[in-house]
Design a protein around this ligand. Structure first.
Ligand SMILES: [Zn+2]
Length: 307
């Protein structure tokens, strides 16, 4: 008698299990609906620097199932799809973090749109705007107040001896640190007279797809905070503003150039140059290098390097 009752219980349990599993399968299948705009939300910062990455986090409501989620910022699209996001749980919920990184965007305001697709259909929804701002910093940071980043000599013709042109921008101010104007890698360090640049650092960056070298000159002996091979970020302290090398007062000479730079002093960019150019020019070629106006590089957020 006991045995028969036990078998009956087992049978009932089996029937229930089968019923429940069938029910859950049909419930899952039935819950895939055409995605609706109301089921989509997204979060992202109101502004982002164009040398940093932008992460857009997309959240779908319980009833919204996606096979792929695309985020479009301006005209640039990024998609995540496949099983990584197709995790069906109860409630059915799908989230995605989509990352846009470095130098894709010029400073401007862009619309952000999310496109959700599944086997039944698709929908897109504008989720807001993002402001992309310049990732450039000024090259000086005050140690304790004081005015900084005063341009004492611009990128200009006839700046020295009324004959030689100045192939960089000189900045000065109250006792200040020299800071990187943009992210990059330290590829060379000059010490002592440093070919006239004194204690100087050369940092390689990529801006709008171009390899660019930026030299920061005339820093204080033993003040450098970085070494060859270091990655630096915009605003990071490189050393102390000083007057080492060929210099008559405390300042930082910032020079921006493209071309066949060879480390270890095999090729050294000139700080000035004997052939005059127009004061309205933002670039000039000399020898193996093309020099760009550092201040206009900063104020244009790098766009003078485009094309
Ligand atoms: Zn200079």
């Amino acid at each position: 008698m006991k045995k028969r009752r036990f078998v009956a219980y087992i049978a009932i349990i089996c029937v229930l299990c089968t019923f429940l599993s069938l029910f859950s399968v049909s419930a899952s299948a039935a819950s895939v609906l055409k995605p609706s705009a109301s089921g989509i939300s997204a979060s992202f910062p109101t502004s982002v620097k164009n040398n940093a990455s932008l992460t857009v986090s997309v959240t779908l409501s319980a009833s919204c199932v996606a096979d792929s989620i695309t985020v479009q910022v301006g005209k640039v699209q990024k998609t995540v799809s496949g099983k990584a996001i197709a995790v069906l749980t109860k409630p059915i919920r799908q989230n995605a973090k989509i990352v846009f990184s470095g130098w894709t965007f010029e400073p401007s305001t862009y619309s952000v749109t999310v496109l959700v697709k599944n086997s039944v259909g698709s929908v897109s929804k504008k989720v807001g705007n993002i402001k992309v701002i310049s990732g450039f910093s000024n090259p000086l940071k005050a140690i304790s107040g004081g005015k900084t980043n005063i341009i004492t000599q611009s990128f200009s013709a006839n700046a020295y001896d009324s004959k030689r042109d100045h192939l960089g921008t000189d900045y000065s101010g109250a006792a200040s640190y020299v800071t990187a104007i943009i992210n990059g890698t330290v590829i060379d360090i000059y010490t002592g007279n440093g070919y006239g640049y004194g204690n100087a650092v050369i940092i390689r960056s990529t801006i709008y797809g171009k390899t660019v070298y930026i030299i920061y000159g005339h820093m204080k002996d033993n003040s450098l905070k970085i070494k060859k091979g270091d990655c630096v970020v915009s605003g990071q302290v490189l050393g102390t503003m000083w007057s080492s090398g060929n210099s008559t007062g405390k300042h930082v000479h910032v020079g921006v150039f493209t071309g066949a730079y060879k480390t270890g002093g095999k090729t050294v960019p000139a700080g000035y140059y004997s052939k005059t150019f127009s004061n309205s020019a933002y670039k000039v070629s000399y020898g193996t290098f093309t020099y760009f106006d550092p201040q206009r590089l900063i104020t244009s957020a790098g766009t003078i390097l485009k094309g």
